[in-house]
Design a protein around this ligand. Structure first.
Ligand code: HEC
Length: 141
């Protein structure tokens, strides 16, 4: 009986340690300045999207995949500007949230190779950039 209780107690300890380690999320800690997120994550992605736009849109499966990947970087960057104390005011968080929502929809458009859905979502996404930039970017678009 004693042994069984010890064994049960051990199992309980192991189970709670495992549950703990499964739940322990990585804590995000910012490394990049917002300007660098823009310059090295958002801008290269937008440059790629612009190349496709000037050519009349992504032309084949590979290009749609590239467009999808580029927009996914913009989506990630827009989440990063909301994290670890970067938010400055409502224009900041509203702008970033608009970008995230529209960028997700543009990703879906790219995934489906749906040119209309994709382009209108990209335009919407740029409204989100402007919402934040109007207040926080010195040389406005
Ligand atoms: C939450 C606010 C916010 C959002 C949303 C945002 N930006 Fe920015 N962006 C900034 C800030 C802040 C700067 C730096 C402004 C400065 O220092 O003058 C910046 C700078 C930039 C720059 C200049 C980077 C350089 O080379 O120095 C580019 C390009 C840029 N943003 C593109 C975008 C695009 C495209 C989007 C939308 C997809 C976007 N940004 C969305 C805040 C934002």
């Amino acid at each position: 009986m004693y042994r069984l209780r010890v064994r049960l107690a051990l199992v309980a300890v192991i189970a709670s340690v495992m549950a703990g380690s499964l739940q322990a999320e990585h804590v995000y800690k910012k490394a990049a300045a917002v300007n660098d997120l823009m310059a090295y994550m958002v801008k290269p992605a937008m440059d790629q999207i612009k190349v496709f736009r000037e050519a009349g849109g992504p032309a084949d499966k590979d290009e749609w995949q590239t467009a999808y990947g580029a927009i996914s970087m913009v989506t990630e960057a827009a989440q990063l500007v909301l994290m670890d104390g970067r938010v400055k005011d409502d224009a900041w968080s509203d702008g970033a949230e608009q970008v995230i929502e529209a960028a997700r929809s543009a990703m879906l458009g790219a995934y489906r190779m749906d040119a209309n859905g994709y382009s209108s979502s990209i335009r919407q996404m740029q409204t989100g950039c402007k919402t934040c930039h109007d207040v926080h970017k010195k040389d406005k678009e």
